[in-house]
Design a protein around this ligand. Structure first.
Ligand code: NG6
Ligand code: CA
Length: 508
């Protein structure tokens, strides 16, 4: 892997070996603050893509799509080859990122657009911790962690919302682009709602008279391939039924521009304070509907076009930081919530136009899978003032960002807070290159687990997606082609015990 990544990087990029100054710099900043001097805490921006795979950026080997902004960030920061999402679908992955807790502990899986909130208001989250440490926090883009307490009424203030779990500001898509309601919420209220045209949402039965994709396929500008045959919004049929809220409905073509604009505004408005921005793009989730500017822009169809649109969003954020002279002291992370998928329910030509593009790189499997392709994601971190350019092949599950930011901002986590997150700050800063975890756990949407330890990975038979134990030596066989479970029985049992032990810690 290391060699693979190295050969992809521009020559001259060196591994960072000593980041000692970075940590002491932060401590001296804290002292300086007490002396009421200028606040030098770094801003933190996480740009979380949706469904972008390990092989989807130029700096990770893609040639059919151009991602100059992401590639440039990688040149200036640390590019990881061993990073993974905690889960191979969105909701559990994001739940783990923001809470520092494995989502399978709470049976958190993909949610519908009217599902209640999964994060308990009042519990410590990454943003609420950073708030305590003096950060202004913003959540922009895809939420998909539930809203309200059940029977949510989108015509009223929708609480609890991101604003109740640590964010000072939020501008969100409630769930996914392919789920109703297709409206934005800003600080817990639907944007542009006409009270005379109230919104109604259901995932069980049709509401109102809006046509569905199933009944009226002739009205569709994009056909569905699986599911996605319910209410038609903007010529695209979705998961779930909605009626009303016509003035508030988004246009898929404008989505990237709208939310990127909000991210830029948030940075501008808070330029004088330390801020934390969680910018969760809709790109490149389905439905993939790029703006006119990006339609047809890549060499691998619409999926490539929206990757290039994502890259533009990254560029807008970076340009804004630069224009405000915030670029040196802002940590920017670019990563993805889970692995890639080519056909995710719409017949958008992504499969036909792939043109040899390998979305999951050399990994086996895709989104939803416990194979590496399901969770192995690109991960780039930059902080020009402190981090020297480099690469890292340390296994790094991004559930560990929580404890790492706690360390960075000098918040002492209590034993019940962010219980599954480990401090990896020195890895993130490129200071250390030794594995810091005993093992790494990943899950699929059903809460089934696989475990990686040293060179080995076990997908146990207990996970229903596997009919047998599957043991791979990731060092020798990164593509998970040769199952060694029969030859290495002791290894299998040792890894199985890790899963059994951690599962036994679940409190009901
Ligand atoms: C699935 C949807 C898929 C996508 C996914 C959530 C069907 C057939 N598939 O149920 O299109 O919306 O949920 O994706 O409906 S995620 O990235 O948010 O986890
Ligand atoms: Ca996703």
């Amino acid at each position: 892997m290391k060699n693979y990544i190295r050969t992809l990087l521009p020559t001259g990029k060196k591994l960072l070996t000593d980041g000692t100054i970075c940590l002491s710099l932060f401590s001296s900043v804290a002292v300086a603050q007490k002396a009421k001097t200028v606040d030098k805490r770094p801003n933190i921006v996480i740009i979380l893509a949706d469904d972008i795979g390990f092989g989807d950026f130029g700096c990770y080997g893609a040639t059919k799509v151009k991602t100059p902004n992401v590639d440039n960030l990688a040149r200036k920061g640390v590019q990881f080859s061993g990073a993974c999402a905690p889960a191979s679908t969105c909701t559990p992955s994001r739940y783990s990122l923001l809470t520092g807790e494995y989502a399978w502990r709470k049976n958190v899986g993909i949610l519908q657009g009217d599902a209640p909130i999964t994060i308990k208001p009042g519990s410590l989250t990454m943003p609420s911790m950073l708030q305590k440490q003096g950060y202004v926090t913003g959540c922009i883009g895809k939420w998909h962690l539930g809203l309200g307490n059940g029977n949510v009424d989108f015509n009223k203030e929708v609480r609890p919302s991101p604003n109740d779990v640590g964010f000072n500001y939020s501008f969100i898509l409630p769930a996914t682009g392919d789920r109703v309601p297709c409206v934005y919420l800003e600080n817990s209220r639907v944007v542009g709602l006409d009270p005379n045209d109230p919104i109604k949402v259901s995932y069980t039965q049709k509401v109102g008279n809006d046509p569905t994709g199933k009944e009226h396929p002739e009205l569709l500008k994009m056909k569905y391939s699986k599911g996605h045959d319910q209410t038609i919004v903007n010529g695209i049929s979705r998961i779930g039924y909605m009626t009303g809220g016509n003035s508030a409905r988004w246009k898929d073509e404008d989505l990237a521009e709208v939310i990127t604009g909000k991210a830029v505004d948030f940075i501008k408005e808070h330029a004088d304070k330390p801020f934390f921005l969680y910018f969760a793009t809709h790109d490149i989730h389905v439905p993939r509907v790029p703006s006119a500017r990006f339609r047809g822009s890549s060499q691998c169809g619409v999926r490539g076009d929206v990757i290039q649109q994502f890259d533009w969003s990254v560029g807008e954020v970076l340009n804004t930081l630069k224009a405000l002279h915030l670029d040196e002291n802002t940590i920017v992370i670019v990563t993805s919530d889970n692995g890639p998928i080519i056909d995710d329910g719409y017949a958008d030509g992504a499969v036909e136009n792939l043109n040899g593009h390998r979305a999951a790189g050399m990994f086996r499997g895709f989104k939803y899978s416990l194979y590496e392709g399901g969770t192995r994601v690109p991960f780039i971190i930059s902080w020009p003032k402190v981090i020297k350019p480099g690469t890292s092949d340390v296994p790094f599950p991004f559930i560990d960002l929580f404890a790492s930011f706690a360390e960075l901002s000098q918040y002492k986590l209590k034993s019940h807070e962010a219980i599954d997150s480990h401090d990896a700050l020195s890895i993130l800063l490129g200071k250390d290159h030794k594995p810091y975890r005993d093992y790494v756990l990943i899950q699929n949407n059903n809460g089934e687990l696989a475990v990686k330890k040293g060179d080995w990975k076990l997908i146990p038979v207990e996970s229903k997606t596997s009919k047998m134990d599957q043991l791979y030596n990731l060092k020798k066989d990164i593509g998970e082609t040769t199952n060694l479970a029969d030859q290495e029985k002791e290894e299998v049992e040792a890894l199985r015990k890790i899963i059994t032990d951690i599962k036994s810690t679940v409190k009901n």
